[in-house]
Design a protein around this ligand. Structure first.
Ligand code: CA
Length: 380
């Protein structure tokens, strides 16, 4: 089996109801899908989390020429070669996000070639179903009363759908954040997990103040309180609160996570499989996290292809301290409006009763609907 072509698809779709996190309003969804074709007739699919045009350029101009003619079975060798090829100008960010998309597609191809799911190639499954939390509860209106009305309704929707945990956005304004957390806790009751995410919209002083104020509301974790570069800031916030600190969606490869883990900066790391270096690197990071006794819940914000890759990884994430009540990793289930995330797959990964099942088909275990790919594809 040899690679004959590497194609990228930049996708974009407007959404009807815009929503905001701490820094910006979102009024469209974008995606970068990579398709790797082989002489065996098999096609591998990958998803890259990052600015799609930049990822597309890196893949088509720099990675594709190194891939054509190679066997997709040589996953580690290809990873090294692509990483080394852009190391002097890459190491993280766009170069690694583009590599992630390619790496996921190569795992898909290897699984399809051998007729087994990726998690079997990775030595699993350790688990075949994963509890999911709903990512949503973004700001929908600048009017607090109206926003609370909308988000109360949204939270009730997640409860009705069977979710046992959900995540909201903070980092806007102290009073707004506090009122929102109080309203949500009151809405969902004491038993349901509630996480908050500032998208690094706080400085250390703001993050400590907010953490202190929301502690009484039983917060499962405080995600990206401060800027990802500021590991000392993370440590300071972590030391100031009993709320577990999460983060890592803006960090890349073993090298970033080694620093995070050695600094004891984060309780729950959240590498994005479609951004941190692909499934190959995510598994290495997972083994490092296990060694350091740190939890790992993958960040997920891509198309259904990225979600499938996250599920394959979740199937093989090591269980921390084994016991009857051992902590198990959680799936981040993006529940915000997205015109093609689920539509892109013939059989999308769904959450039922708060649980998602790991796909068992060959490779990533998914089939892509080409008509949906074409519908939302933009550019040449
Ligand atoms: Ca986040």
């Amino acid at each position: 089996m040899k690679i004959t072509a590497v194609r990228t698809h930049v996708m974009e779709a407007p959404i009807e109801r815009r929503f905001a996190f701490s820094q910006a309003w979102v009024d469209k969804r974008v995606g970068l899908v990579v398709e790797i074709e082989t002489d065996s007739g098999l096609i591998g699919w990958g998803d890259g989390y990052g600015p799609p045009w930049a990822l597309s350029t890196v893949i088509e101009r720099y990675y594709a020429p190194r891939l054509v003619g190679r066997s997709p079975m040589a996953g580690e060798a290809i990873w090294e070669e692509l990483y080394n090829g852009l190391r002097d100008h890459g190491q993280r960010g766009i170069a690694v996000q583009a590599l992630s998309a390619v790496d996921i597609a190569l795992w898909d191809l290897r699984g399809k070639h051998l007729g087994v799911p990726v998690h079997v190639l990775m030595g699993g499954p350790i688990r075949s179903e994963v509890a999911a939390y709903a990512t949503g509860l973004y700001r929908r209106s600048d009017d607090r009363a109206e926003n609370h009305r909308l988000l109360r309704e949204e939270a009730e929707g997640y409860l009705a759908a069977g979710f046992r945990a959900m995540k909201t956005k903070v980092g806007f304004d102290f009073e707004d954040d506090l009122a929102l957390v109080a309203m949500l806790r009151e809405t969902i009751g004491p038993e349901i997990g509630l996480f908050v995410d500032a998208n690094h919209g706080c400085d250390v002083v703001q993050a400590k103040r907010l953490a202190h104020a929301i502690e009484p509301y039983g917060i499962g974790w405080f995600e990206e309180p401060v800027e990802p570069e500021d590991l000392e800031g993370y440590r300071e916030v972590r030391a100031a609160t009993s709320i577990p600190i999460a983060g890592g969606e803006c960090s890349f490869t073993r090298h970033d996570f080694r620093r995070i883990l050695e600094a004891r900066a984060i309780d729950i790391i959240q590498p994005d499989t479609a951004s941190c270096g692909g499934l190959t690197e995510a598994k290495r990071i997972a083994d490092m996290a296990w060694t350091h006794g740190v939890r790992y819940n993958p960040h997920v914000w891509g198309t259904g292809i990225g979600l499938a890759a996250a599920m394959q990884l979740l199937a093989v994430l090591p269980t921390g301290a084994p016991s009857f009540g051992a902590h198990q990793p959680l799936l981040e289930y993006d529940s915000t409006q997205h015109p093609f995330r689920q539509d892109l797959l013939v059989e999308p990964i769904r959450v039922q009763g708060g649980v998602a099942h790991v796909p068992t088909g060959p490779g990533l275990g998914i089939e892509v609907r080409r008509e949906v790919l074409e519908r939302w594809r933009i550019g040449p």
